[in-house]
Design a protein around this ligand. Structure first.
Ligand code: PRP
Length: 262
């Protein structure tokens, strides 16, 4: 690999899966399946680009200190880590979920807040939680956890948790209810600031390709919802993958919208 090689840091799971279509739009495929080997460095179809697999919470660290030139990381992780040394050109709008406060269904959160009670809050996201409760003027004792936050209110460790919610199934399964929505979360592209200067010619086209793929996807979402689904002959001009298409009998399904056209 040459000195000018680019390293992209990704974490396995939703972020990895949902970044693949964007990479494809930027003209590269990851040629190895991370679930079929223990390899942490994966090749791509481009000789000058490789992917390193790191823990989600380590992505900003890798990019900040130059272990990777670029990375994809959740807004939650970025806020907790701090954005020093990181250029954040794009909200990729992938791995979307929300950061929320949840309590046991028999805990009267609203009354406790109204009374000015001191709350015990368990979370992995202490910066987000501290800022949120400070902005509400609620006093909290923070208990730092690294996972299975839902257990904390069930075992008496805490009154409330601050955690990511996607479908809400985990809360439901543990008899917890969401009482506040703190912020919407999605994943961001982060770039090492020095790499952006030194490897401008390689990095810029990738950022531009990601941005174009996102714009195309937004266009598809817009047209997809605007189409008169029940009409026999819908006729519409769409901008798809950088080209214009005239479509008859257009029927777009919601499930297909996740794919980014190549
Ligand atoms: C997150 C979060 C919840 C769950 C919520 O955990 O901490 O436990 O997802 O998802 P749901 O609303 O769709 O049920 P994740 O699986 O990311 O693992 P983690 O506990 O390691 O953060």
């Amino acid at each position: 690999m040459s000195d000018a090689a680019l390293t992209l840091a990704l974490s396995k799971g939703r972020i990895f899966d949902e970044t693949l279509p964007l990479l494809r739009a930027a003209g590269m495929e990851i040629t190895e399946d991370p679930d079929k080997s223990r390899k942490l460095i994966l090749n791509t179809s481009r000789d000058d680009v490789r992917v390193v697999l790191v823990r989600a919470s380590d992505v900003p660290t890798y990019v900040q200190y130059g272990g990777a030139d670029l990375g994809v990381t959740g807004l939650d992780t970025l806020i907790e880590h701090g954005s020093q040394g990181l250029y954040q050109p794009l909200d990729l709008k992938i791995a979307r979920c929300r950061m929320s406060v949840a309590v046991r269904s028999d805990f009267d959160y609203a009354a406790m807040v109204k009374q000015g009670a001191r709350l015990k809050v368990a979370t992995k996201y202490t910066t987000i939680a501290r800022d949120f409760f400070a902005s509400k003027g609620v006093h909290v004792d923070m208990v730092k956890l690294y996972g299975s936050m839902e257990l904390a209110p069930l075992t008496g460790l805490a009154d409330a948790i601050v955690d990511l919610v996607s479908t809400g199934n985990t809360l439901k399964a543990n008899h917890l209810v969401e009482v506040e929505r703190i912020m919407d979360i999605s994943s961001r592209l982060v770039v090492n600031q020095a790499s952006l200067k030194m490897k401008q010619a390689q990095i810029r086209p990738i950022i531009d390709a990601f941005a174009k793929a996102l714009a195309d996807k937004r266009g598809m979402e817009r047209y997809g919802f605007a189409l008169p689904m029940d009409e026999a002959a819908a006729k519409v001009l769409i901008d798809f993958g950088g080209r214009q298409w005239l479509v008859w009998n257009a029927h777009f399904k919601r499930e297909r919208i996740g794919d980014v056209p190549t």
